[in-house]
Design a protein around this ligand. Structure first.
Ligand code: ZN
Ligand code: ZN
Length: 259
């Protein structure tokens, strides 16, 4: 029961890839695929993910290192979350695929970006927008005894989940089921792709966490910066439910084309 550790469920990242333009023209010359629309900064595709104006479907490419495969419950929860918040008449789909270890763990975000360059296969095409989620076989290199990073949204359609850290958290006494932790992190990071809080989807009412940019200050909201696994963990196990977006976050999404 001595489980008061506060866990950061995301790394606040604003990775500015100064060289992304050059990279993309290099890639285009070599593969014929235009990747530039998927190489933008975090929050840049919030409206495109939420509304049906430009893209009428979302396709998610989940890539995992064997042993760190996301559960079917996580996939189902993510589909439900996306259907609830977006307008995508042609649907939301997920493909999963195993890849070899990168051998780079523990990771910094530059290494995660390099892995994406090697492993990502799906890019926006026609009226379909794509999102890449990498389940890494390691932890973030900045983790310490008081704070760990479970996941990070680092570009407009890219996120990483630190699978080894997830497993360590879920294996502790009184921890919720691993799928619940995993779903919470995946949905939270998707909230950042949706532009929350005030990074891509402008705030309609002030609800920004003063100590943690891009996060919400409403009790129990999915976009809180930290999940306290003290009493919070018991709530999660009791109800077997993952945290939901509260009203002020939903209002921001609705104002930016979401449902
Ligand atoms: Zn976050
Ligand atoms: Zn919120």
């Amino acid at each position: 029961m001595n489980f008061q550790k506060t866990l950061s469920i995301c790394l606040l990242v604003l990775v500015f890839l100064g060289c992304s333009k050059d990279d993309s023209s290099f890639d285009e010359r070599n593969s014929g695929i235009d990747k530039s629309a998927n190489l933008k900064t975090l929050g840049a595709s919030a409206n495109e993910l939420l509304s049906d104006e430009k893209f009428t479907s979302i396709r998610i490419e989940m890539v995992y290192v064997p042993g760190f495969e996301p559960s079917q419950i996580t996939l189902d929860n993510l589909i439900d979350f996306l259907k609830e918040r977006t307008f995508k008449p042609d649907g939301v789909s997920i493909t999963t695929r195993a890849v070899a270890t990168s051998g780079k763990a523990p990771f910094n975000i530059d290494e995660i970006v390099e892995i994406e360059a090697d492993e990502r296969l799906l890019f926006n095409a026609g009226d379909e927008i794509t999102v890449y989620i990498y389940f890494a076989d390691g932890s973030h290199e900045d983790d310490n005894n008081t704070k760990v990073i479970l996941g990070s949204a680092y570009r407009n359609t890219s996120m990483v989940i630190y699978g080894k850290t997830l497993r360590a958290i879920a294996s502790r006494t009184n921890a919720p089921d691993k799928s619940m932790v995993e779903s919470t992190v995946v949905n939270h990071e998707f909230g950042h792709l949706f532009g929350l809080v005030d990074v891509g989807s402008p705030m309609q009412v002030n609800h920004q966490d003063n100590e943690s940019a891009a996060h919400c200050n409403v009790d129990d909201c999915l976009m809180l910066a930290n999940v306290s696994f003290g009493s919070g963990i018991l709530d999660m196990t009791d109800h077997n439910e993952i945290p939901q977006l509260e009203d002020l976050c939903i209002r921001d999404l609705q104002a930016n084309g979401g449902r």
